[in-house]
Design a protein around this ligand. Structure first.
Ligand code: PMP
Length: 390
């Protein structure tokens, strides 16, 4: 039987650059001791106090269907959080709770793209972006960001690719680069959205993980609240990746439609998960700080190790749990570098090419193993690159 063209074409075909990842997994399954720096997931688990809140809620009976838009209390908490970050009046009517940020990305594109519409996304990109856009029947179009501009999507980069696009998907702090968009970038995004009448879908799932500079949401800029859909999640901020809870914040009318969509796809997020998220969000900054602290520390370690060498160059890294290393001086592609590193040093990193063409000749290092192992791996990556450099 034939499946739909839409679902068969979702991933776009071609090599997805995950070769290194699968090879590393196969080596580990064979008992090889691989230092695994490919995956964007904390090396700590959800805090026990959050699990206790989840347990209390479930035992109190919150195991039935929850309200589809989200519990009023959690929607209020997200509204307050996003209002504090953007300075834009936000109420629960601007919020839909979703099963994670990924579902929010899909819902946001569904809400603003018609069949065949062009939807922009910035390259390098988080791997699901083009498939998410194809999944709603739209056409993904990459906006290449230049390594010379530290992968910041500037106005001119967007203008060059706009082609009557209906939306642009941006991501700060960024996966895979670890870059936090500066003011010039966010202003350029806002200018492009307003001049070209585009929606801005702003993926801010790493907004609590900023190690230098400040996070600026495009929604905060004049004229942007009515055309911005902010995507957020508890996954990264509270090490709750498996709980699947996130949100979209946007204009009330769009959220009303998105709630209709949720009724037909997810029928909401479990009440006990939402209660746990509410507990986590209202527990004060200490929980969030504890989740982010290991990455901040490893980032400092990385800056120390990478100073005073030129075998690899660090893309200016200010947030999230990743480092992007420019390995072009070795003469190798990111993929060739990552494969050789895996075989010689038993260290697994992601080739830049798996995140788009703009990151060719780079590798992404996830700071997601304990400090001593991370430090040792990074020193060996630098030494390995040194042996390859011309
Ligand atoms: N956006 C970005 C940039 C991500 O890195 C991820 C997860 N790796 C997500 C969205 C989706 O996260 P989740 O669905 O767990 O909230």
């Amino acid at each position: 039987m034939k499946v739909s063209n839409r679902i068969a074409g979702l991933t776009g075909g071609g090599s997805d650059g995950w070769d290194v990842f699968y090879k590393a997994r196969a080596m580990m399954a064979d008992g090889v001791d691989v230092t695994e720096l490919t995956i964007g997931e904390h090396d700590i688990r959800t805090d026990p106090s959050i699990l206790d809140a989840m347990d209390r809620s479930a035992r109190a009976g919150h195991t039935g269907y929850a309200s589809v838009p989200g519990t009023p209390a959690l929607r209020d908490a997200i509204a307050a959080r996003v209002e504090a970050r953007t300075g834009v009046k936000t109420t629960r009517d601007n919020v839909l709770i979703t099963p994670g940020g990924q579902s929010a990305l899909f819902t946001a594109h569904h809400a603003v793209c018609d069949e065949g519409d062009i939807a922009l996304y910035c390259d390098p990109f988080y791997t699901t972006y083009p498939g998410t856009i194809r999944g709603v029947g739209a056409q993904p179009r990459a906006v290449p960001c230049r390594p010379e501009a530290a992968f910041q999507p500037r106005f001119a980069d967007i203008a060059a690719k706009r082609d009557y696009a209906v939306s642009i998907l941006v991501n700060t702090p960024n996966n895979p680069t670890g870059v936090v968009y500066d003011e010039q970038t966010v202003e350029g995004i806002a200018r492009a959205c307003i001049e070209y009448d585009m929606w801005c879908i702003s993926d801010e799932v790493y907004d609590t993980q900023v190690w230098s500079g400040t996070h600026l949401s495009p929604r905060a800029l004049p004229g942007m609240a009515e055309r911005t859909l902010v995507v957020g999640s508890m996954s990264k901020s509270h090490a709750m990746t498996g709980s699947r809870v996130g949100w979209i914040v946007g204009p009330q009318e769009v959220i009303a439609h998105a709630i209709n969509l949720a009724t037909h796809i997810t029928y909401g997020v479990p009440g006990y998960i939402q209660d746990a998220a509410l507990f986590a969000l209202t527990a004060g900054p200490e929980l969030e700080d504890r989740v982010g602290a290991p990455f901040a520390k490893r980032r400092d370690l990385a800056h120390e190790i990478l100073a005073g060498q030129n075998a690899v160059r660090l893309v200016p890294n200010a947030g999230a749990m990743y480092l992007m290393l420019d390995v072009r001086d070795t003469g190798l592609s990111g993929e060739a570098f990552a494969l050789a590193l895996l075989h010689q040093e038993r260290i697994a990193v992601m080739p830049g090419e798996s995140f788009g063409e703009a990151a060719a000749g780079h590798v992404r290092v996830a700071m997601t193993v304990e400090d001593a192992r991370f430090e040792d791996a990074l020193r060996r990556i630098v030494a390995f690159a040194g042996t390859k450099s011309a």
